[in-house]
Design a protein around this ligand. Structure first.
Ligand SMILES: *Cc1c(COP(=O)(O)O)cnc(C)c1O
Length: 413
């Protein structure tokens, strides 16, 4: 990359800045040969629970492990229907399927890109029946019990939890948060009249510490947070081959532990997370300001009840492919999260989903673009990103006005 190129994500600077502290972690592990479990894992679990405002945290092997274990520990059973969104990373539905359940999608809100509580209610009221004898909600199409909602706090912003929790309570459903992109995000609960951290509002939550997340390991890692001691205990058993005592297996579990070196690294980085999140928030504010005057760009929307940690800064633009190509040529990296909605993925062919099922998700999938976003991103770099985007869009709009190209402001598909 050229001298003034701007990567989509800069993972090198952070690690070089913390090199000495991170080396100490490795040294400690070598000198004590504690590679699995031990004090570094326990320390991190305690510190992360405190950060999230939960009683318990169980470190696991990845965010996908975290979500799978959280679902199983929360009581999701084979054959259950679990409500989630098609606008997320496939790990969300992988975890649901691997817990033995089947995902049922509802569409997202057009402004926040997160789960739309009204659509959850609509599904439960129009497409389900309450079995009065069993006291459960049954999906009319499959005849299976609907037991759980998995809202995804996408891009670092929480879903509308008051509304979702209310629906869950009315219908006797469990809520498990996919907080894999939302370390430190907050939600203002009107019901409780206070700001609540992601990971502490549902029955349990899953976090990922994949390197590119706001809090990332130097490898794979994840965690389950909860206020429920028995759920925490079940998670600890599941991650360790179903044993609570060595070689005494209560259930068949998984190899899904958090290793000590990653825990030690996360301990070091957790000290910086609040400040990194503030830097991201400042960068988002700066983008908002710079983009205000750029015609044709829809900026991220943050309701007054949400405080985002901007895992991603996602805009919507017409002619997304053209803009992405233009930025790439100018040395600016971008991403698309996500280009293909889950219900249209090849992996789910033959499940009965089709184009048109979730129109908002489908519409935004062709328009969203994630701009460079990380704590070290400078104001100058942001100005260049927005300057280049503005230049491209101005030319496109002008071309459209004089009828040179067939491009219209509204995306054609
Ligand atoms: C990253 C991510 C996951 C999975 O985490 P891994 O650590 O990669 O297994 C799950 N859900 C969402 C929304 C994610 O962004």
């Amino acid at each position: 990359m050229g001298k003034d190129s701007i990567p989509f994500l800069d993972l090198v600077t952070t690690h070089v800045e913390l090199e000495q502290e991170l080396n100490e972690v490795f040294k400690h592990a070598l000198h004590t040969a504690s590679f699995i479990g031990g004090s570094m894992v326990e320390q991190f679990e305690q510190a992360f629970a405190e950060f999230c405002g939960t009683k318990y945290c169980a470190g696991v092997g990845s965010g996908t492990d975290a979500l799978r274990f959280a679902l199983i520990a929360a009581g999701v059973k084979s054959g259950d229907v679990v409500i989630t969104v098609p606008n997320t990373f496939i790990a969300t539905t992988e975890a649901i399927s691997q817990a033995g359940a089947q995902p049922r999608f509802v569409d997202i809100c057009e402004n926040t890109y997160n789960m739309d509580p009204a659509k959850v209610r609509q599904y439960l009221e129009d497409s389900c029946t309450v079995d009065d004898q069993l006291g459960v909600v049954i999906d009319d199409e499959t005849g299976k019990p609907v037991t759980t909602i998995v809202p995804v706090h996408l891009y670092g912003q929480m879903a509308d939890m008051d509304a979702l929790l209310e629906i869950a309570e009315e219908h006797g459903l469990i809520v498990v948060e996919d907080a894999c992109q939302a370390h430190g995000a907050q939600y203002f609960s009107k019901k409780e009249n206070r700001w609540i951290k992601a990971g502490s509002i549902g029955k349990a939550a899953a976090f990922s510490f994949y390197p590119g997340k706001n809090l990332g390991a130097c490898g794979e890692a994840g965690a389950v947070t909860t206020n429920d001691s028995s759920l925490a205990q079940k998670t600890r058993t599941l991650r360790d081959h179903g044993q609570s005592k060595k070689y005494y297996h209560e259930v068949e579990g998984y190899n899904g532990r958090l290793d000590s070196i990653q825990a030690g690294i996360l301990n070091v980085k957790l000290q910086h997370l609040a400040q990194w999140n503030r830097r991201r928030e400042e960068a988002a504010y700066q983008y908002d300001k710079l983009l205000l005057s750029v015609e044709g760009v829809v900026r991220p929307y943050t309701p007054e009840w949400a405080r985002s940690v901007y895992h991603l800064y996602v805009v919507r633009v017409p002619e997304r492919e053209g803009l992405q190509k233009h930025l790439a040529e100018a040395g600016i990296g971008t991403g698309i999260h996500y280009p293909v909605p889950l219900h249209l993925q090849k992996a789910y062919e033959g499940q009965g989903w089709k184009r048109g099922d979730f129109p908002i998700t489908e519409q935004i999938a062709s328009e969203i673009l994630s701009l460079p976003m990380y704590p070290q991103l400078s104001t100058q770099q942001q100005s260049r990103v927005v300057g280049e985007a503005a230049r491209y869009l101005r030319n496109e709009l002008r071309a459209e006005k004089v009828g040179v190209s067939g491009i219209s402001l509204k995306s054609s598909n």
